[in-house]
Design a protein around this ligand. Sequence first.
Ligand SMILES: O=C(O)c1ccc[n+]([C@@H]2O[C@H](COP(=O)([O-])O)[C@@H](O)[C@H]2O)c1
Ligand SMILES: Cc1cc2nc[nH]c2cc1C
Length: 355
Amino acid sequence: MFKIDATDKKLTAELQQLIDNKTKPLGALGQLESLALKIGLIQQSLKPVLHKPAMLVFAADHGIANAGVSPYPQAVTQQMVLNFLQGGAAINVFCRQHGLSLSVIDAGVNAELPDHPQLIKQSMGMGTENYLNNHAMTLEQAQEAIRRGAAQVRQLAEQGCNVVGFGEMGIANTSSAALIMHRITGISLTECVGRGTGLDDKGLLNKLSLLQQAANYHAQNHNPLQILATFGGFEIAMICGAFLQAAELKMTILVDGFIVSSALLIAHALYPEVLEYCVFSHQSNESGHRKMLDYLKVKPLLQMDLRLGEGSGAALAYPLLQSALAFMHEMASFQAAGVSQSDADSGCHNTNEPS
Ligand SMILES: O=C(O)c1ccc[n+]([C@@H]2O[C@H](COP(=O)([O-])O)[C@@H](O)[C@H]2O)c1
Ligand SMILES: Cc1cc2nc[nH]c2cc1C
């Protein structure tokens, strides 16, 4: 369905030399340096640029929402979508602050939503089925949601966008994400399930027990698309398609928190090369996220105890991408600034090997 290439590594040495020649001890800009290299490889350029940064927030409801897995009622999903459209949510603030465009996609919210220029209506239904006694969606619905998510990214790319962040809104979607993580990674369910929007100890135990029932009920499902259809949400399935399309189009992708990363687990199981296009904005405070990132062998940029979702971490991390490219373009080289570079110049031994 998708054609995702690994990035061509032929520019690696030249990009690394450009980075190493800047007036700084070798490796001293840390993760900003690997970020610059990564974007250079994605764009196959020694002068990569970020065009029309965009945030897509996918929203949907979940059949399990009112079974006691979240401290908030399902209605908060639609209420927060209205908040996004009125410009009052955290993601609105950070997108405005950092110059990202923001669109909200109704992937399957359990409400009739008003027409609005920032709302894209692609609803797959009034929420998923409850996976305690059903599949959340059919395989056909999962595939259709993947196609719809991909179409959103194609539209952005046609408008000239080459960097995109994904966010989500959906009461109970940490439950979907935990089950997907458990099934894809084989990590115990206890380590995948967390407090979400803020369950107390008793609520967490109850959530774990309900999700264990769901995992037992669907003991047979192990193929990535089946896992997505069984436990997913419509927003998670659309984000999976959005990841795959963005990677196929060689866009830089900003990955948000626990739920967006669970969509990536599915995308990665289908097309491992998708990872080469991903920048991990932060490590969420949702307890399973660190192990999810470890499973993917990736390092997040920020660690700030965020656990909001909406794409907020991805939007917060965007300026770091700008800084990574700015230092590559604007910092003086040792030669240009007349600064001594190495032991050959100074007679000192250089111990700062880049990691
Ligand atoms: O992104 C995260 O890491 C994250 C962690 C915890 C909660 N959330 C948000 O909270 C909602 C899901 O939480 P819950 O408790 O209803 O499953 C959903 O709207 C997510 O955007 C998001
Ligand atoms: C208020 C609220 C805002 C959110 N934003 C993303 N998920 C959310 C969940 C809640 C409950």
